[in-house]
Design a protein around this ligand. Sequence first.
Ligand code: H57
Length: 422
Amino acid sequence: FAQQGQTGYQPTPENLQARQEFSDSKFGIFLHWGIYSMFGQGEWYMETSGIDCHEYAKAASGFYPSRFNAKEWVAAIKASGAKYICITTRHHDGFSMFDTRYSDYDIIDATPFKRDIIKELAEECQKQGIKLHLYYSHLDWTREDYYPYGYTGHNTGRTKHGDWNTYYQFMNNQLTELLTNYGPVGAIWFDGVWDHWEVDKNFDWRLGEQYALIHKLQPACMIGNNHHRAPIEGEDFQMFERDLPGENKAGFSGTSKIGQLPLETCETMNGMWGYRVKDQNYKSVPTLVRLLVRAAGKGANLLMNIGPQPNGELPALALDRLKGMGEWMNKYGETIYGTTRGGVESSEWGTTTRKGNMLYVHILADKMPSFITLPLKERVKKAVLFDGGEKVKAERIDGGVVLHTADLKPDTDCIVALTLAD
Ligand code: H57
């Protein structure tokens, strides 16, 4: 599929630096917010309930998130230890959460709220020093020009005609707005190419030209695309929805082959991306921490999702989890930020991260294993508990090192810090 990418792409030094910072940051917060939030049934409500897109669109006139306060959102997210925020500027329903000249189906023209949410968030991110990534959907359940050749199975009442070229131009116009009017954008997070690819795996989205446009407008802005295929030329990071890198359990038709780019995996804090009133089943802080640690062990960032409420507030349980994760990151962030994959394959007991000559062994099991065997070539100069510095017995064996862990206390993450000889 290389023909779909930006041919001859050479990332600029700023872009390479952005990639490095991104990789080092390890933790971001995803926000799925749109007029779908009002229905309280997740962001796929129009499609899964077969609602006519014109009926659905009327809901926009009731969108008035009076409690929205970008400053509070950013502060709460920053306190979690997350280094970036990725927000939906336009999801599959086609509604734009920003001020766009290219459609009236947006926050300014179609709602009584009339405040540019993306602008307020962008300004606040700048002020508080956290990066902003923008989610942008290729798939559109509302526009008639979305389809190139026919109906692909979505039952939202839209007709099948229209010129796909005008849709392509529309997307590029909107991307130009997003990359011109909101200051530095950390990344564009694309989603939805799989919709046509499920029908025609060679459908040409003309990504090359689109990626080139983005890199021309903001060379440092990274591009990621939720396709679960090997990276396409012009992309700057590789993402895996609900999969750790290399896994392919989320139902995508791609191979999930891992390339050479920075990695990111995204997950939901409860069960849905968009606000779902019935779903109060938020993962516990230890569970979330373990997800983050497992991702880091694979060299990947965790992008953890929250679905803000229709009134503009983050759900109370989400705020609680942000606070808990922040407390953990304050203490143990050293073993996560700026690390790379540990080089010791993750296993049942946990995983490893590495920074310089430090190897962090993250034991994530509820029951402590008696021994952990690490296939390390390097000599271990020192082995201590990260918490408290107590010595842990490390024994050299053929082909590795055995850690004697029987007497350690299980925790959310019991971390053994190994200093390796260089
Ligand atoms: O925005 C969130 C998340 C980040 N991506 C969207 C969700 O609304 C879901 C994307 N799911 C992609 C997927 C999973 C399996 C294959 C595609 C319907 C039509 C084709 C499929 C599902 Fe397939």
